[in-house]
Write a protein that binds this ligand. Structure first.
Ligand SMILES: C[S@@+](CC[C@H](N)C(=O)[O-])C[C@H]1O[C@@H](n2cnc3c(N)ncnc32)[C@H](O)[C@@H]1O
Length: 223
């Protein structure tokens, strides 16, 4: 499907085959369209909190000749029964919004979550770790000059505390081009933070966290 960019293509490839899938915050509806056309899913549902995006999704699905996607107007997964959400995609929103949607899900221990935040990936990684979710797989993907993380997560009930570097780069590594670019960008954000905090003399705790994150990332690079 031409409408699917690289980011949505990677997200679709993370969806386990044979499961019912719900795309939360679908907007244009391209992801559920592609999942439906692939024939690999048991059922495909898509939600959005606003009416306009759902109307947009409905038009696109018609144009693409896709009939079997159920569209639901609701916050997150509030009106989606558990059997329709064995796998849940939440992409294109901030890490705090994604964390909130997972947190309000009445059956959050059950689905496979495929997550791709636009911003606030550290906040999302921290939420997942501290609330019993494990990230099984994470890759970076670049599209239109921006770089995103895509994660596959499941609830396993173990509470984890992430190191400063783990919060910033998760499970990404230097081995592929997009992963290396993601880490390089995080390093430059950390370095700017260190520079600003040293200059202002404020937030010593935050300054030392950034220094530790930088050192951890550099050590990882050395291998
Ligand atoms: C930028 S679009 C992302 C579209 C698509 N998921 C993607 O990644 O390309 C974000 C969409 O999420 C919807 N949204 C925001 N908060 C939501 C929530 N709590 N529940 C459902 N949809 C939400 C917005 O209305 C918007 O249509």
């Amino acid at each position: 499907m031409n409408e699917l960019g690289e980011r949505l293509r990677i997200i679709a490839s993370f969806v386990p085959k044979g499961k019912s899938v719900c795309d939360v915050g679908t907007d244009h509806g391209y992801l559920p369209a592609a999942l439906c056309l692939s024939g690999d899913c048991r059922s495909v549902t898509a939600t959005d909190i606003r009416k306009k995006p759902l109307e947009n999704a409905s038009k696109n699905l018609k144009r693409l000749g896709v009939k079997n996607v159920e569209l639901i107007l609701c916050d997150g997964l509030q009106k989606v029964p558990q059997e329709k959400a064995q796998a849940v995609v939440i992409a294109g929103m901030g890490g705090d919004v994604i964390s909130g949607i997972i947190d309000r899900c009445p059956y959050k221990e059950k689905p496979d979550f495929i997550l791709s935040p636009t911003t606030g990936a550290s906040t999302l990684r921290e939420y997942l770790a501290e609330n019993g979710f494990t990230v099984e797989k994470e890759v970076a993907v670049s599209e239109n000059g921006k770089i995103y993380s895509v994660m596959l997560c499941r609830f396993d009930g173990k509470i984890r505390h992430l190191s400063p570097a783990e919060k910033r780069i998760g499970k990404l590594d230097f081995q592929d081009e997009a992963g290396a670019a993601y880490i390089k960008k995080q390093l430059s954000i950390i370095e700017k933070c260190i520079f600003d905090l040293e200059k202002s003399g404020k937030r010593q705790d935050f300054l030392s966290e950034n220094i530790i994150a930088k050192q951890e990332i550099l050590n990882k690079k050395k291998g």
